[in-house]
Design a protein around this ligand. Structure first.
Ligand code: SAM
Length: 258
């Protein structure tokens, strides 16, 4: 039986691997690297760095594969992602079938943690359901971008007795200011924080967290919003891509009186 590991590698620094991730990597015969994201060269560099730092070169092989670009579906975002994942599933099926022998261990090095806004787990489950190829699989957790953000700003994600909400820029558009508690936002290409600039809300923002280009900014949103917009614009111009995460927090959360 083939075995696949989804190994969380943390978000952007080879120091963020857990001991479990390193021990698991040592057992792997073949690492699959999928070429897709913006800034791919830098993502590839970090993965290579991780392999070189923790493994002896002779012990593993690397197989690169291209995955199709996601095609926009203006009617349904869910359908857009579903179609894209199906296309990825075809590529991954082929890799497992043709690039691994029976009894071998393959792995995908997953940015951050495999359970946080990452499609690989569902893709593997989809492949097994389709029955195209059979394998066992296991998840090795990683440090998420959210943990790095909280650590850098030296804040807990929640205050006493409050909830933490994790969402995306797309979903944040539906929020009104009174719904903001400790609201962690990922995948925001649209600077959706702008919608909250007139309310008394604090923001803790981080770009390229964990990397040498890391940028941090925090304060009352209305006071720092122009700086933040400028920093984001310039970062995107300079590197052509930006990965950022932020926490929106009301000074007195709606739950704090409960
Ligand atoms: C597809 S999600 C993957 C999240 C990842 N699985 C994790 O555990 O952090 C990508 C989003 O995570 C956030 N992100 C990931 N790495 C980041 C980093 N190094 N700095 C800032 N945000 C990051 C950004 O919001 C980005 O749009």
């Amino acid at each position: 039986m083939r075995k696949i590991y989804l190994i969380g590698i943390g978000p952007g620094n080879s120091d963020y691997l857990t001991l479990q991730a390193i021990d698991t990597m040592k057992k792997v015969d073949v690492f699959f690297i999928l070429e897709k994201e913006k800034g791919f060269k830098e993502f590839l560099k970090i993965r290579k760095e991780i392999l070189e730092k923790y493994l002896d070169r002779e012990t593993y092989r690397v197989v690169n594969a291209k995955i199709p670009k996601r095609k926009k579906n203006r009617k349904s975002y869910k359908e857009e992602v579903k179609t894209w994942r199906e296309q990825k599933a075809e590529v991954i099926t082929e890799l497992i079938e043709n690039k691994m022998k029976d009894g071998e261990i393959g792995a995908f090095l997953i940015w951050g943690d495999p359970s946080l806004y990452d499609g690989h787990l569902e893709i593997l489950q989809h492949i097994l359901k389709e029955g195209a190829v059979n394998f066992e699989y296991k998840v090795i957790p990683g440090i998420t971008s959210i943990q790095i953000l909280a650590a850098r700003h030296k804040i807990p994600l929640n205050r006493i007795g409050e909830s933490i909400v994790i969402t995306t820029g797309r979903k944040l558009k539906e929020y009104t200011p009174d719904r903001i508690t400790n609201t962690v936002v990922l995948l925001d290409n649209y600077s959706t924080f702008k919608d909250f600039k007139d309310s008394d809300i604090d923001i803790y923002w981080g770009g390229y967290l964990g990397s040498k280009d890391e940028i941090l900014l925090s304060g009352r949103l209305k006071d720092i919003i122009e700086d933040l917009k400028k920093i984001r614009r310039e970062a995107k111009r300079e590197k052509s891509w930006l990965m950022d995460t932020y926490i929106l927090r009301r000074p007195e959360g709606p739950e704090s009186n409960e």
